[in-house]
Design a protein around this ligand. Structure first.
Ligand SMILES: NC(=O)c1ccc[n+]([C@@H]2O[C@H](COP(=O)([O-])OP(=O)(O)OC[C@H]3O[C@@H](n4cnc5c(N)ncnc54)[C@H](OP(=O)(O)O)[C@@H]3O)[C@@H](O)[C@H]2O)c1
Length: 330
């Protein structure tokens, strides 16, 4: 069988993206085959298109895509959780931007009631990443302060909502005032515009001089010393992205004297059993919050798959607030 997919045959700019028919296999034991309605776009797709971030072993390096929402089309042997017609979403190591996608059924999560597939496609990467980081790794507690960088990003807009649902408080940074105005519906408790990457003094002022309990960092090297200077004693910092560079001098004295915990994390290259455990925990704890409308996907723009180049260009220009989604169906 064949299906349309977003394909990259040679690395380069958005012009190398093509939509082609590709061969699709049958679902194996424990797998479901999903008719993908929409797939969220991620920074990692941009890097992979440029040849800088290969998919993990076992995933097509030609077909882009790390998350999906769709309808179960068929089920392989030894499946029990889903049936044809069920609506599912999830993260995968690669090749999600294909109209028919085989995934382990234990990795998939039921789409929350009341959401369209295009909305659901904006959930998995952003919310699973933020949930895993804040709730499972950092163990965020009520009334703590979290500094969220690039707060208008997909991950940032999800993190703000998880902080609020935990009863904690957030300070969100962005380099762009106009974009901060566009997140009013899921705004952090305070925002800082940081075109020069300076935020530690203001973070301390906003927290009564104490500093923040947690930094959720998507920027990396450019913000490292300011991040450490923003943290309260025994603060935790989790690095999820390196948009501002990979290498920076580390002021180890601050780490020691403030007893800071530094964590690095990524989802894509984890063993499948860890991804399944995350999906199950996410389903148990966060899906009810979507159904109660305490969490909601933040959709920037939906591009039909034929306009996938325009979708990449928009993200590359840093114009999106929340998630860009690529749709296979209307
Ligand atoms: N570790 C994981 O498991 C994981 C999972 C998902 C995503 N990520 C990472 O998280 C980051 C955000 O991903 P996303 O898809 O949510 O991003 P996104 O929606 O594309 O938003 C990124 C935003 O970050 C800001 N930005 C870009 N370059 C910057 C720089 N050099 N310094 C400071 N701010 C910068 C821009 O906003 P302003 O112009 O408003 O500042 C941009 O719009 C990426 O690095 C991505 O790879 C990690």
């Amino acid at each position: 069988m064949q299906a349309r997919a977003v394909v990259v045959r040679e690395p380069g700019g958005p012009e190398v993206l093509q939509v082609h028919e590709v061969d699709v296999r049958d679902p194996g034991p424990g797998e479901i085959r999903v008719r993908v309605g929409a797939a969220g776009l991620n920074r990692a797709d941009l890097l992979q298109r440029r040849g800088l971030y290969p998919a993990p072993p076992g995933h097509s390096s030609e077909i882009l895509g790390m998350e999906f929402a769709g309808e179960v089309e068929s089920c392989g042997a030894e499946t029990a959780r889903f049936r044809p017609g069920d609506r599912v979403m999830g993260i995968v190591g690669g090749a999600a931007m294909c109209e028919l996608l085989c995934v382990q059924e234990r990795e998939a999560v039921a789409v929350p009631a009341g959401l369209q597939l295009q909305e659901a496609a904006a959930i998995p990467e952003a919310f699973m990443t933020a949930y895993d980081a804040l709730s499972l790794q950092v163990r965020l507690a009520t009334a703590e302060w979290v500094l969220i960088h690039a707060v208008t990003s997909g991950v940032g807009t999800a993190a703000v909502q998880i902080v609020r649902a935990t009863g904690a408080r957030s300070i969100g940074t962005s380099r762009t005032v106009a974009k901060l105005k566009r997140i009013e519906a899921c705004a952090p408790d305070a925002t800082l515009v940081v075109p020069e990457g300076k935020f530690s003094e203001e973070s301390r002022r906003l927290t009564g001089g104490r500093g923040v309990d947690v930094v959720l960092d998507l920027v990396g090297a450019a913000y490292l010393s300011e991040n450490l200077a923003s943290l309260a004693p025994q603060g935790r910092m989790i690095v999820l992205g390196l948009m501002g560079g990979v290498t920076a001098p580390m002021p180890l004295g601050v780490l020691l004297s403030q007893r800071i915990t530094l964590i690095g994390s990524t989802l894509r290259h984890r063993p499948i059993e860890e991804k399944i455990a995350l999906a199950r925990s996410f389903e148990r704890h966060l899906i009810p919050l979507f159904e109660a409308k305490r969490l909601r996907p933040v959709l920037d723009e939906v591009f039909p798959v034929d306009r996938v180049r325009a979708a990449h260009e928009r993200m590359e220009r840093n114009e999106n607030v929340g998630k860009i989604v690529v749709a296979f169906s209307t």
